[in-house]
Ligand binder design. Structure first.
Ligand code: 1GP
Length: 268
């Protein structure tokens, strides 16, 4: 649930001294109740946003049930915190944001959506086609669009394959800079540098540094980040936000998840 006094875009693009952390929850990978428990642990450990999405073929109902379960859990925690003078209810005013694989994976229970153009895709569908299908739905249900340029970097993983992305290679710093400028000139507020979920290497810091030189663009970096050292590398290179997903999915239990997310957040 988002704060009442700011849009999600204001929250995402606001200046923060530290790099902030996003926990990505793929609705295809657990039931809604487990997703809500994981999201609560993530927020307790310092995640500042929840992304819901990832897989390419998850139906609306599953995405919606997951968003609803997380929102209800956060509302209950906000209420509980409001009754306790020791607690800070704003801790639970954390946006739940769709990170869709396409126009099928939407939910009116989300606060916002990363409304993305996969900028280095060779397929029209990922440049503008899915967006045209999704836009009327988002308008109807009042889901806030976060204008995002999405750029898949090597190794790229499944999103690189499905999206037929011309992968950005570690040495392509001029190219990533040109993409970042293009994103800003299109009016995108966010640039998401993606290495692919579960990637065996993260986005090269050189690419993050190059994108960072373009002003007025909030940088989100994800894919293949599993350790505090990797998170620190991305943060030092200039990421405003770091996304982790697989880290949450393959934690054996909530205690292990707590340790993993706390470890990442502690170095940001
Ligand atoms: C995927 O960037 C995200 O879109 C997260 O990747 O699953 O590797 O953390 P991981």
């Amino acid at each position: 649930m988002r704060r009442a006094d700011a849009t999600t875009l204001e929250y995402v693009t606001s200046n923060s001294q530290n790099t902030r952390h996003i926990t990505l929850i793929d609705p295809a990978k657990q039931d809604p109740n487990t997703a809500a428990n994981r999201a609560m642990v993530a927020v307790e450990c310092g995640s500042s946003m929840i992304f819901v999405g990832g897989s390419t073929d998850t139906p609306d109902e599953v995405v919606h049930a997951t968003c609803q379960a997380i929102q209800e859990a956060f509302e209950l925690r906000t209420f509980a915190a409001s009754q306790d003078p020791e607690s800070d209810e704003s801790q639970w005013q954390i946006p739940v944001v769709l990170f869709p694989g396409g126009a099928h994976a939407l939910s009116p229970a989300a606060d916002a959506i990363t409304f993305m153009m996969l900028m280095n895709s060779n397929i029209r569908r990922f440049l503008v086609g899915e967006q045209i299908r999704g836009a009327p739905y988002l308008e109807k249900f009042g889901v806030e669009a976060l204008p995002t340029g999405y750029l898949v970097c090597a190794p790229g993983g499944r999103v690189g394959e499905v999206g037929e992305a011309e992968l950005i290679q570690p040495e392509d710093s001029d190219l990533v800079h040109a993409y970042a400028l293009t994103a800003r000139m299109f009016g995108f507020k966010i640039l998401y540098l993606e290495a692919g979920s579960g990637a065996d290497s993260q986005v090269h810091p050189r690419l993050i540094e190059s994108a960072r030189t373009v002003e007025n663009l909030t940088l989100v970096v994800g894919g293949g980040i599993r350790t505090p050292e990797q998170a620190a590398l991305a943060a030092q290179a200039g990421a405003d936000w770091i996304v982790t997903g697989t880290l949450t999915e393959d934690a054996a239990d909530l205690e292990e998840l707590r340790q993993r997310i706390s470890g990442i957040v502690s170095v940001l």
